[in-house]
Design a protein around this ligand. Structure first.
Ligand SMILES: Cc1cc2nc3c(=O)[nH]c(=O)nc-3n(C[C@H](O)[C@H](O)[C@H](O)COP(=O)(O)O)c2cc1C
Length: 262
């Protein structure tokens, strides 16, 4: 049995995780947003696979917390980062956390994907998006082959620049959630709340309210059907991004609160 743990805001990492599961067969998929809430996290399997996005050349905070807290009972760990342009030291950061726990990762892989950080880069252009989706597909298929073969490799040593950017992001993320703006056009459909992988959004007086649990994954901003959430370069009405082969209901099903309560 292979267990795949993923974290995903706009569906890229979820798509790769589910594609790997489809190719390998006999896999179980787990959302890190849900698993990280458990008091005791024990990862037991023949092989453990982690799939997550790069955030500011580092790990999303929740992924970092999850691997710090988890107990790994497995002979084989493979870690895959999805990224828009360069994952910098994301995999190194993961390797360093686990090394401190005397755990080594067997295989590291990089999966080029579409850029979802529209707050800086703006909406993806069609041609570039098509190219990135093809790259994601072939890197994901290769990832599945490497897991099946039980391949091994290693990552470069400490990357100070990435560590600095990632550290600054970890500070920024604690205040970014206060800067989201909701337009008067919001109809309180609650999709933002449903797809939030860490249940950081609550509805108050028919308005989404963001809490400090926000990971800044961009899911709500990108997926809002009315384009009613604003942050940075994503103005009201700016087209958003979601992996085209991941549906809103798939993302909602993987929402931490929905799963924990069901
Ligand atoms: C807050 C944030 C920071 C990001 N930082 C990086 C980065 O440093 N390098 C990069 O290549 N992509 C970066 N991205 C893009 C994502 O890593 C990429 O689009 C990823 O595939 C999104 O995965 P998801 O759809 O599973 O959330 C960033 C995205 C977000 C939301």
């Amino acid at each position: 049995m292979i267990k795949i743990y993923y974290f995903s805001g706009t569906g890229n990492s979820f798509w790769s995780a589910k594609k790997i599961a489809q190719i390998i067969g006999n896999c179980e998929l787990y959302n890190i947003g849900v698993e990280a809430r458990k008091k005791k996290i024990i990862l037991t399997a023949e092989k453990i696979v982690l799939v997550f996005p790069s955030y500011a050349y580092g790990l999303p905070l929740i992924v970092s917390r999850f691997v710090k807290d988890a107990e790994f009972k497995t002979p084989y760990i493979a870690a895959f980062v999805t990224y828009g342009s360069s994952p910098g030291g994301t995999l190194t950061a993961l390797s360093r956390i686990l090394k401190r726990k005397n755990i080594s990762i067997s295989f590291f892989g990089r999966i080029p994907s579409a850029e979802n950080y529209l707050a800086i880069f703006g909406p993806p252009k069609t041609k570039k998006l098509e190219r990135r989706l093809l790259m994601q597909r072939s890197a994901t298929e290769e990832a599945a082959r490497c897991i099946i073969a039980g391949n091994g490799n290693s990552v470069n040593a400490f990357r100070p620049f990435s560590a600095l950017i990632s550290f600054l992001f970890s500070i920024g993320v604690k205040i970014f959630y206060k800067r989201y703006r909701i337009s008067a056009g919001c109809n309180a459909c609650g999709i933002c709340k449903k797809i939030c992988p860490v249940s950081a959004i609550v509805m108050k007086d028919n308005r989404p309210v963001f809490t400090g649990k926000c990971e800044h994954c961009q899911g709500c901003i990108d997926i809002c059907p009315l384009r009613a959430i604003q942050f940075g370069r994503v103005k009201f009405g700016t087209p958003g991004y979601r992996h085209p082969d991941v549906s809103i209901s798939e993302l909602a099903l993987n929402n931490a609160e929905e799963t924990v309560n069901s």
